[in-house]
Design a protein around this ligand. Sequence first.
Ligand code: UT7
Length: 336
Amino acid sequence: MQAKPYNAGIRGIGYYVPERIMTNAELAKLVDTSDEWIRTRTGIAERHIAGEGEAVTDLALRASERALADAGVSAEDIDLIIFATLTPDRIIPSAACTLQDALGAKRAAAFDLSAACSGFVYGLSVASAFIQQGVYQNVLVIGAEVLSRFVDWEDRTTCVLFGDGAGAAVVGRVPEGEGFLAFDLGSDGSGGDALDIPAGGSRLPVTGEVLAEHKQFIHMDGKAVFRFAVKVLGQTVEESLKKCDLAPSAIDWLVPHQANQRIIDSAATRLGTPPEKVVINIERYGNMSAASIPVALAESYEAGKFRRGDVIALAGFGAGLTWGSCIMKWSKEDKS
Ligand code: UT7
């Protein structure tokens, strides 16, 4: 394989979650559920919910401003914006374009990326390719969601799971031997019906009947997605470790998608990663889809957990079905 002209990695990172916190006790007033059921089956205690009129690009703007400040670059330095989300402000224009304007990223190209909960890892891989080939110098990758607008608040099997938030990373050139070492991405569209929003696209436009049937909301076969996730989460990390000749024992930090504590535990057990090396924040945020991984990453960095040179494994899975993982060597100095 040809040598890559440049090394790509994360140069700045930031996150933002809306102020309002919704506890399990509040949910128990809306649907037939309990704090005990939600905690033991999922690990979730509370989630953040966007305010009235607050859309996904509003959250992303704040996360992006923090990522730019952390990287020490200005909005005008950004060449490309990749916005991973399943909850854009509108179908068109893309959330990426709305953000490009709000941020003042005058030179940037911009597009949305649809890979559900794997979206941020997919986005990093695209950014990495552009940086490595020397096409761009600064790519802003966002994972952000306002899932609360797409959740059926009458369906206890889904409404207890999700939350809103945004994470952003500036991807750029980093010193040799640091940054992204390998990616593994995959999909299995045959499982598409296991987790979907049936209406609002070209297959099933929104009508009064569709709205009455709640088909504009997230539908999920929880058990099917659970089985898929338990299989694929550890597997994809093993695949990307192989690509950069590292053993699972090399992982300093595992930052998985935060969908269910039990899914995370099973992947960590498979990889032999001890609990103190696994980043888990599902208790406070629930499942924020594309935002879960970048929020967990940014929060850990801000808490001073990462040292320069640490091997970090990111791993996601979600609707599509999709999955993706990334092995990187942290190239930033300690935040603490
Ligand atoms: O990022 C997107 C990917 N999504 C996921 O990764 C989700 C993967 N799936 C899961 O995390 C789990 O399947 C769930 C948390 C969604 C469900 O947990 P489970 O252990 O698979 O529960 P279940 O669906 O088998 O339901 C067990 C029981 C059922 O009652 P019966 O049939 O045994 O009487 C459900 O009706 O729990 C009931 N139930 C609830 N009870 C109280 C389902 N939701 C609730 C609820 N509160 N919120």
